[in-house]
Design a protein around this ligand. Sequence first.
Ligand code: RUB
Length: 326
Amino acid sequence: MDRDVHPAVADAAESIASMEIRGAAAIADAAAEALGERAAASEADSPAAFRAEMRAAARRLHETRPTAVSLPNALRYVLRDMEGDTVERLRRSVESSATEFRHQLDQAQDNLGQIGANRLRDGDTIMTHCHSTDALSCVRHALDDGKELTAVVKETRPREQGHITARHLRELGVPVTLIVDNAARRYLDDVDHVLVGADSIAADGSVINKIGTSGLAVNARERGVPVVVAAQTLKLHPATMTGHTVEIEMRDESEVLADDERSDIGRGADDPDLAVENPAFDVTPPRHVDAIVTERGQFPPESIVTLMRELFGDQHGEEPWEETLQ
Ligand code: RUB
């Protein structure tokens, strides 16, 4: 049974679950920050009590959203090396791991942005889906390199994260054409790259990202438009190396159909034969992806497993938030 979850952790978990904080990198950053805050606020009277508090905090954060592997990767990073034989040493170790993690996240995004920018040429048009800070880092670096870009931005139903992308691109001075998702194929002839982010990358090179990415990639392949996925190594999903699949989050049907619309369509508000499904993410097979751009370089999707082995080869066993650990 979980101990009481500290308000700093409960607030972060609530913000992630409600999507006030969203996007794989931002979720990881918020989770690491919350663990650091939890450690700072601890009044534990023994190392065992401190460790139990941290496990409870991590479990609460872990249960918020299932698809972005950046979240468990962040929790593992902060808790795996937790060490010390006093509460004070343990606290310092968690605080310093959380700070280091957040710094590395920023650094990785910056480094991958420079690599991704090398793919973009002066005068290119990109098409985006959803809102990805890793993808926008590539754009920012290309602009810093003096290139001019334009963007076709898919609105990304149902949550319209394309509006966030459009706003950021306009802040950067990039001319934007906002389109409904269904118009993507029509505009693919006008673009040079599809540039998206990722919530998780599986060992076979499949890309898990906002629902609609896979259809966009299939259409882009048919039109000969390269699909570039900007994803720092934090998005690599270690469990897929041992055959696990990535859970796709199903969100509330009210994001698709409001309650009053439901009664307009159905036979009454509770029509059992009117179903609404709202998967938040989909899986793009590696054959539809041209490159995965990470802070460690650019990879054909099929070869990403070599990087995963290098990074996660020695990770196995229980998760650091499981209660069986002492
Ligand atoms: C966000 C989404 C983004 C990835 C990558 O989905 O699919 O493309 O998380 O983002 P949601 P980033 O809005 O449901 O969280 O590059 O910022 O990590």
